[in-house]
Ligand binder design. Structure first.
Ligand code: MUC
Ligand code: MG
Length: 372
């Protein structure tokens, strides 16, 4: 007889960041994660995480809405159901609840973790098997200060922690942003690749001006320069410049991916389990992109260790990540709620081993940081 899903508990967990993290739409001093603890009738517990950036600054789900919508609408759809058929459970969530991709991703992660523990298999194995066990990880420079960013990048290179850097820009006038980026690229030279993420900050005319200057400065990738809905504009920019465009907010799921590919987009997609409603959805997008010749990048919504590990299990199954990953979320946080942190070394991170996600909670830390 199949085990059934008995209980689903959600907790808001607030962890301070190691420094203010300045993006075009918000500055973060703290990250709030929604942690899911799903318990099945055979006593197995699955862990999940749903996390976004800056309350409602990044997208339509906030930590509080993720928790409330799981508690009120999504968990009751799962409780009492057989726990071991993920395709049926995923379809049930899709049929009865629209949107809420971060909440769905948190639940699917917990279901996969539980199923992996039950079968003695890692989540990557449940998804067909890992093709790599060490994934490259870049670092995001976003202190808001050019000299501090250069110093931070030099330290990370010296520690062999990160070999590429993404700069968050768009909060300042274009000329100031370009000066900031060019100074960092000049200081790092050929030692590191430098990319930028606008988080939708520019209009198309500003983007044409800004990207031309960034291309001249030697920047290797331009992430989401214009608003998410402007697919046609992003395709025009991709065709206009030598430097490739990375679609992030523009590509939530396979449907967006198809629209961009059919529209003639060239460049790359940022994959995020949170955008695509979980690991299976994000892999659907990844496979579509591969077929269309679009490059892949393992993206983060700055999740903590649980969400980062879940993403790593998905990325590990892919044959190629042309632009590597940015799975550095746990390193941006002052502390962690897991017993064993992820192993970051040699410009990347090791895929966790063991059944499920391969992650165990530190109950004391969780109790300390959980919101009351
Ligand atoms: C984003 O938009 O890419 C990734 C790194 C970071 O600092 O923010 C995220 C989200
Ligand atoms: Mg982005």
């Amino acid at each position: 007889m199949s085990p059934v899903i008995d209980t689903i508990e959600t907790l808001l967990v607030d962890l301070p960041t190691i420094r203010p993290h300045q993006l075009s739409m918000t500055t973060m001093a703290c990250q709030t994660m929604v942690i899911v603890r799903l318990r099945d009738s055979d006593g197995i517990e699955g862990l999940g995480e749903g996390t976004t950036i800056g309350g409602l600054a990044y997208g339509p789900e906030s930590p509080e809405s993720i928790k409330r919508n799981i508690d009120t609408y999504l968990a009751p759809l799962l409780i009492g159901q057989p726990a071991d058929n993920l395709n049926v459970l995923r379809a049930r969530l899709a049929r009865h609840a629209r949107g809420n991709s971060i909440a769905k991703s948190a639940l699917e992660t917990a279901l996969l973790d539980a199923q992996g523990k039950r079968l003695g298999r890692s989540v990557a194995e449940l998804l067909g098997g890992a093709r790599q066990t060490h994934l490259p990880v870049l670092w995001t420079l976003a202190s808001g200060d050019t000299a501090k960013d250069i110093d931070e990048a030099c330290q990370r290179l010296k520690q062999r922690r990160h070999g590429d850097f993404k700069l968050k820009i768009g909060a300042n006038p274009v000329e100031a942003d370009v000066r900031h980026v060019a100074a960092i690229k000049e200081a790092l030279g050929d030692r590191a690749g430098v990319r930028v993420d606008l988080n939708q900050a520019w209009n198309e005319a500003t983007a044409v001006r800004g990207i031309a200057a960034l291309q001249d400065a030697g920047i290797e990738l331009i992430e989401q320069p214009i608003p998410a809905r402007e697919h046609a504009g992003l395709i025009r920019l991709a065709n206009r410049f030598r430097v490739p465009m990375l679609a992030d907010e523009a590509v939530q799921d396979a449907r967006d991916g198809l629209d961009l590919a059919v529209g003639g987009f060239s460049g790359a997609f940022a994959l995020k389990i949170a955008k695509s409603g979980g690991l299976q959805g994000v892999l659907e997008l990844a496979h579509l992109a591969q077929t269309a010749g679009i490059g892949l990048y393992g993206g983060t919504l700055l999740e903590g260790t649980i969400g980062t590990a879940a993403s790593l299990h998905a990325w590990a199954t892919l044959p190629e990540l042309a632009w590597g990953t940015e799975m550095f979320g746990p390193l941006l946080l002052k502390d962690d709620i897991v017993a064993e942190p992820l192993a970051y070394r040699d410009f990347g991170v090791a895929l966790p081993t063991g059944p499920g996600l391969g992650i165990a909670l530190d109950e004391d830390k969780l109790a300390h940081y959980a919101r009351r």
